[in-house]
Design a protein around this ligand. Sequence first.
Ligand code: GLA
Length: 409
Amino acid sequence: MTAGPGQLRELLDAFQARFPFDPAMHPADETVVVRSPGRVNLIGEHTDYNDGFVLPLAIDREILLAGRRRQDETVRVFSLNMGDESAFPVNGVAAPAAAGEGKPGPPGGWSRYVEGVVWALREAGFAVGGFDAALVGNIPQGGGLSSSAALEVGVAVLIKELFGLELDPVATARLCQRAENGYVGVQCGIMDQFTVALGRQGHALLLDCRTLEYHYVPLPAQHVRLVVADTGVRRALASSEYNTRRRQCEEGVALLRRHLPDIRALRDVAPHSFEQLRDRLPEVLARRCGHVIYENARVLAAAASLANDNFTACGQLMYASHKSLRDEYEVSCRELDEMVEIARSVPGVYGARMTGAGFGGCVVSLVRADAVDALVAAIEAEYPKRTGKTPAVHVVTPSAGAASLQVIW
Ligand code: GLA
């Protein structure tokens, strides 16, 4: 289900009904509309916060936002999906003391992301006033497709357009990561926000998370398609486990630095130097660090194989990535593993792996164009048998990053 004209119409109708133009309240009868996509990561998991490489893409599942400036300093946002409105004064959002230290930020649901973006923009010195907005989306929530990054970047682009801020997509991504780290209290890396802000239709994005240099890698639809299969599993522990993995990587770097004084992050450790030092690390840390170091190498190899249309090689790297996430980084779960095995059994599937932080969520498969139907049928038949759960299968296409839309009224 892609947001088509129907969803846009629904959004605009709800926006006008909820926040009708009022000359006493709004400086102009002008509505800005923004589209902000979800993302799926092809390969490069848990590498972004280790200064490493990732190969994600923005997808054709998205959040649409409509907004209008207000004369005062109030923000009101209505979510059609939640049937819920949040209101707060722009100068009333302060980061809780705990956020930014790996502890949870303020309680609450979707509106924390809106508040966080307003907070991060103001902290960076941007003049943000009040506005009214409505939003609707079709990105599965909590499924590892970055519905929260889509919301953050969508809100940032909406505010940029409403107030004419000088904010390029890279700066937007950084500010939205800051919102999530400093306000929401999740110590995520830059991958999600960057992909949502900079995706390109028909392409994946090879990103160096240290320098933020990036290249687009074509994914030719006549040859390959992407199938995202949601296990339906959501783990409440995901964010504390995520922060634990981050800490383990930092501990690994501190220990490795005794022997390799020039390294700053796991990104700087080559596989052969790691093998010589592996035994000096506690066993769990060695497995965590090993995953990240080899995953970085897999990302670069995957990008090179895609550039040569060698989808078989790319798929093998995806399977290897999944195995490493399952056995070394320990962020998979039985349902994700079953889903990968189902995909592997279908002729024409090049590769499959869990995508996103893990502990549930989705599996992404790279599939020969003519094998999509067989894969979808296999998942729908096999997954319930093996797990007792119902999958949700999405055939996705690489899409453009967040931007305002020209709407003809
Ligand atoms: C989450 C985070 C990202 C990244 C992935 C794991 O999606 O938001 O920054 O760390 O997990 O690769």
